[in-house]
Design a protein around this ligand. Structure first.
Ligand code: 6PG
Length: 235
């Protein structure tokens, strides 16, 4: 399913309403957040408009992927989330399960797998997040599974170590089996630079299966896009 919004703020308000409803329906919510720049606006809107209405202490926060950097590094997805969301709403510190990017990549990988294994309910023998937020790169990657390492998608492990194709930056990422084991998956995609891949993947054009984002279970996925990202869909 796709929903298209005039701008990021409207997209964020729609997602905020969904998160509010989900948080009211369950005693606690296990959510995996996406990283990069798109979530910044969404977190800002959530912090500004939902700080009081959502009981943030009921939410257990994880990440779909993280860069192997310290939490105060500008590249850190946890650091970005803290700056744009956690510093503005009342969370429970013990409910924040971050990748410890300050460790070596292999230590961070093992530690994060342990945190997920011990704290996320299982379904079909795999961790099952209530809500999985994903972004998509303009190369068709999602989480930190890039086209040049698409084989990581089918890993039997909960998480894998990946490398950014240009910078070589080490990343810890959820595997595709865990991503697709979620109750609900939301692709949060904005910006005209994503329009071509969005069209290829949603309309299953050409060699779209080469893109990890195309491996996400469409039956559980809602694409939340701004008009720029959906520009080629509306042709
Ligand atoms: C990351 C993300 C990654 C991101 C996409 C889109 O750590 O970078 O998890 O998968 O969602 O690259 O990023 P933008 O929102 O910045 O375009």
């Amino acid at each position: 399913m796709q929903k298209i919004f005039d701008n990021k703020e409207e997209l964020a308000r729609y997602f905020g309403d969904l998160l509010l409803k989900a948080s009211q329906e369950k005693p606690e919510l296990h959510i995996a957040l996406s990283g990069g720049s798109t979530p910044k606006t969404i977190f800002e809107v959530l912090a500004k408009n939902y700080a009081k209405s959502i009981d943030w202490t009921k939410i257990r926060f994880f990440w779909g992927d993280e860069r192997c950097v310290a939490p105060n590094d500008p590249e850190s997805n946890f650091g970005m989330t803290r700056e744009y969301l956690f510093d503005h709403v009342k969370t429970r510190g013990v409910n924040i399960f971050r990748v410890k990017g300050e460790l070596t990549p292999n230590e961070a990988l093992a530690d994060y797998i342990r945190q997920i294994d011990e704290n996320v309910p299982k379904l079909n023998g795999l961790p099952c997040f209530d809500m999985m937020l994903l972004g998509m790169g303009d190369d068709g990657h999602t989480a930190s599974i890039f086209p040049h390492q698409a084989q990581l998608w089918n890993s039997k492990a909960i998480c894998e170590l990946a490398q950014h194709p240009e910078t070589g930056q080490n990343r810890v990422t959820l595997s595709g089996n865990v991503i697709n084991n979620s109750q609900q998956i939301f692709f949060l995609v904005t910006g005209g630079n994503k329009a071509e891949k969005v069209d290829e993947i949603i309309n299953q054009k050409g060699n779209y299966k080469q893109y990890p984002a195309a491996m996400v279970d469409t039956n559980k996925t809602v694409w939340l896009m701004d008009a720029d990202a959906a520009n080629k869909l509306m042709k």
